[in-house]
Design a protein around this ligand. Structure first.
Ligand code: COA
Length: 377
């Protein structure tokens, strides 16, 4: 006897899985707030470190609180000699997302409070993750090119330190500001796939390193964080604005996805895109190369006109990072370096009012049957 099919929300579209006080997306007004502050406002008035503090503590820091927070992060940037050795042994062909996923898992095994899932220990581990993730990303990237790691500099801001770890130098203030803005925009976005993954792992009582390792695995996918890399590969394949219309028409003919467009929640535009586009344009001016932004403009215009689909944050972030000088495989790891803030806020929130996350599946396979003997299979 077949049972009635329950209503299935494929992809959990439109399902409210829990309450949260971390951030709010309002698709009807294209807006996004972190703890009640509009993300555009945070981008123009705050540093990434202030936003990280806000996400973890619910309020913006005062001067002393910010100084303490920055000092705590800066003090934890070094990774162990053992992790440096493991990173050196990673296959040079490894994708940096696989490298940072493995490095975070390793950090969990080394962490002195690994098994302590109390809120106080989780907060201390979150700071260590925020501080060490850039060091591990950059060390793996440099090792893949046969270069020695650059040691973290505790006197530098989070953004300065990131550039220094990757390139061995710090860029001009306009570049640092655009990078900081991208980190703020990438920091948090409600129950997206990687955040929900981190919450699900946390709901089993597992530790934050496990939750973040799983979050990184989810973020790598091209339908999620991997899109910022895919966007830049696409722009390079197109080559320039003159080829963009024809390239897109061929894409439409094949009914293929166009990376950096569409969003599960925003259907009338991603609230983060105007701010990131403004700073990507600034990068194009600084570098003196308008090709990628011009190509992007042609694509966005045609996508909207013919498909009514808007770009998402990955669309301007991809060329912005490229213009800052980052290799394409580093784009999604940069997203990790930022999103650790949102993930950790959700891990803390989930653990504070936990119930094991365990949905149901509606079985559609064969009816129950006896196991046939081997000679009858
Ligand atoms: N390119 C071409 N068509 C797209 C598209 C894109 N980037 N995004 C959505 N569509 C189409 C879908 O194919 C679908 O068409 P159909 O009705 O003919 O089947 C229609 O638009 C509606 O899609 P929707 O149901 O709203 O998508 P979703 O919510 O399941 O998926 C994404 C959302 C983000 C996974 C999807 O837009 C996508 O794959 N985008 C490209 C990857 C990307 O940029 N990801 C980063 C997200 S921040």
């Amino acid at each position: 006897m077949s049972e009635a099919t329950p209503e299935i929300k494929k992809g959990l579209v439109g399902v409210y899985a829990d309450v949260s006080t971390v951030s709010k997306v309002m698709p009807e007004t294209n807006s996004l707030t972190y703890r009640g502050y509009a993300v555009q406002d945070l981008c123009e008035n705050c540093s990434f470190e202030e936003v990280a503090y806000l996400l973890w503590n619910g309020e913006l820091p005062n001067r002393d609180q910010l100084a303490d927070f920055k000092a705590a992060e800066a003090a934890e940037r070094e990774i162990s000699p053992a992790l440096h050795r493991v990173i050196k042994d990673f296959p040079h062909s490894a994708h940096p997302m696989d490298a940072i996923r493995t490095a975070v898992s390793f950090m969990g095994m080394e962490d002195p409070e690994n098994a302590d899932v109390s809120e106080a220990a989780t907060r201390r581990k979150a700071i260590r993750l925020l501080a060490k993730i850039p060091t591990a990303i950059a060390a793996a990237h440099r090792a893949s090119k046969g270069l020695d790691p650059v040691m973290p500099d505790p006197s530098q801001s989070f953004g300065e330190n990131f550039f220094n770890l990757v390139f061995g130098k710090v860029p001009q203030p306009e570049v640092l500001k655009a990078f900081d803005v991208s980190l703020i925009l990438y920091a948090e976005h409600t129950f997206n796939a990687s955040t929900y993954t981190a919450r699900l792992v946390t709901s089993t009582g597992a530790d934050i390193h496990g939750a973040i390792t799983a979050g990184i695995a989810a973020l790598k996918g091209p339908l999620h964080g991997g899109a910022n890399e895919a966007v830049m590969h696409m722009l390079k394949e197109i080559g320039g604005p003159d080829q963009a219309e024809e390239w897109l028409s061929t894409r439409f003919d094949h009914k293929a996805l166009v990376m950096g467009f569409g969003h599960r929640v925003y259907k009338n535009g991603d609230s983060r895109v105007p701010t990131m586009t403004k700073y990507a344009e600034k990068m194009a001016e600084v570098v003196g190369d308008r090709r990628w932004m011009e190509t992007s403009r042609v694509l966005a215009t045609k996508m909207l006109k013919e498909k009514n689909i808007h770009p998402n944050l990955d669309f301007p972030a991809g060329p912005a990072y490229y213009l800052m000088g980052f290799d394409i495989p580093l784009f999604t790891p940069i997203f990790v370096a930022s999103r650790i803030t949102g993930w950790a806020a959700h891990v803390i929130e989930q653990a504070a009012d936990n119930r094991l996350i365990r949905p149901l599946s509606h079985y559609t396979g064969p009816e129950q049957r006896p196991v046939p003997p081997m000679d009858q299979r």
